[in-house]
Design a protein around this ligand. Structure first.
Ligand code: ATP
Ligand code: MG
Length: 140
């Protein structure tokens, strides 16, 4: 698989509880390097574009409202097999199903307020990082 990059978001429930550093510590301990990072307040348009794949789901409105409710930290993470490595350390979408030691087990409040996002494929990672970063903002 080799060295990959993936796109990550530390979500509003985590930033408002001042957990950015704690989440990053878990990522770094898992061998992921933060090669780009910025704190932003997502606009409704940005959130709708980002989650367009879920636009027909019943929770879409709630998801967009949540993601724009407080700052998020958007990131690019680099490491060996980074897409899968990041998904593993995030834990299951529903924190009640997340494994011990994962970010969602440690910090998530609910299936909606679940602290982190991670790309689910290398192809989606490239699309997602391009939505928030220009090439010269990513420094490995
Ligand atoms: P993410 O895409 O955020 O990394 P994921 O891939 O684990 O999470 P998805 O199925 O892609 O989960 O859902 C995207 C996000 O939508 C979830 O992280 C969660 O915040 C929200 N979500 C998913 N299912 C529900 C639900 N049943 N109720 C409320 N929110 C949900
Ligand atoms: Mg997803």
């Amino acid at each position: 698989m080799g060295v990959q990059r993936t796109f990550s978001i530390i979500k509003p429930d985590a930033t408002i509880r001042n957990l950015t550093g704690a989440v990053n510590a878990i990522f770094e301990k898992a061998g992921l390097r933060i090669v780009a990072q910025k704190r932003i307040l997502m606009t409704q348009a940005q959130a709708e574009t980002f989650y367009a794949v879920h636009s027909e789901r019943p929770f879409f409105g709630e998801l967009v409202e949540f993601m724009t409710s407080a700052p998020v930290v958007v990131q690019v993470l680099e490491g060996e097999n980074a897409v899968l490595a990041h998904r593993e350390v995030m834990g299951a979408t529903n924190p009640s199903e997340a494994a011990d030691g994962t970010v969602r087990k440690e910090f998530a409040l609910s299936i909606g307020e679940n602290s982190v996002h991670g790309s689910d494929s290398e192809e989606n990672a490239a699309l997602e990082m391009a939505q928030f970063f220009s090439g010269n903002e990513i420094v490995g």
